[in-house]
Design a protein around this ligand. Sequence first.
Ligand SMILES: Nc1ncnc2c1ncn2[C@@H]1O[C@H](COP(=O)(O)OP(=O)(O)OP(=O)(O)O)[C@@H](O)[C@H]1O
Length: 282
Amino acid sequence: MTSEPKDYDNSWTYRVPQIHKELGEPVITIRHLSKTYNIPGTDESVKALHDIHLAPDSEFYPIRRGEFVILRGPSGGGKTTLLNILGTIDTATSGTVELLGEEISEISSDAYLSGLRLRRIGFVFQTFNLLGTMSAFENVELPMTIQGKLGHRQRQERALMLLETVGLQDRIAHLPSELSGGEQQRVTIARALSNDPDILLLDEPTGDLDTANTIDIMNLLLRINREKKTTCVMVTHNPDVECYADRLLYLEDGRFVKQAVNKVQTPLILEEYQEYLRKKDA
Ligand SMILES: Nc1ncnc2c1ncn2[C@@H]1O[C@H](COP(=O)(O)OP(=O)(O)OP(=O)(O)O)[C@@H](O)[C@H]1O
């Protein structure tokens, strides 16, 4: 990791096995992308992104299959705006995004984009966004029902398998209100994986969680990223989870200002991390 040396002990990050990782082909390329929000009822506008370029001809190179990228930077820098455009839930004012070889621009149709989202992209937000009247199982099954590719039995088997993957096989009939925050976020991750996406987009997925649940969720994401080669792009304000990324991209005033590459992704270890936090706060 290329971050500045700190005067407190962070040696826990170097004690876990190092896993060499091969990345695949580019799956997200961005060319000269800008985003301006017009403020309704006024002549004013906010330029949220300025000529974002993540392409082979730039020092900020495309995101490759299996890569875990963390977006960092100050509040208002444009992280969520960029993530929403990558997820095709918002559109750029100019420029293009190439997702999995398919070019997205302001003229792409809504039907095409919603199909792409359903098939290829999983979303996880800070607030868990589960349907409150549905059980954990039904929440995970829902995107598969909407996609209509699997039969009833296959959907049920897959929902169960995904809830097992996130360690919630004993909670399948619970409503979201009957689950802890960490458990709800696990259901959200299982749901995001239901249609076997190529790309997971995560906006502050641990923002509402305590230290133990933050590590649990980050470890789960790391396992999914390594085992399934799911590309992850995650926004966070928490610098302590930067060690999970392959690459950090810093956005400030709507521009990429720097990037850093981790040679190995390194999970946090709860007891040692808690000890580190105690020393830091002392
Ligand atoms: N719907 C909107 N209408 C107008 N301006 C917006 C809108 N959404 C975001 N902005 C503005 O765009 C800029 C970038 O916002 P964005 O939410 O992408 O930043 P961020 O880096 O995710 O911030 P934070 O870390 O606080 O979540 C900010 O100046 C913000 O006020």
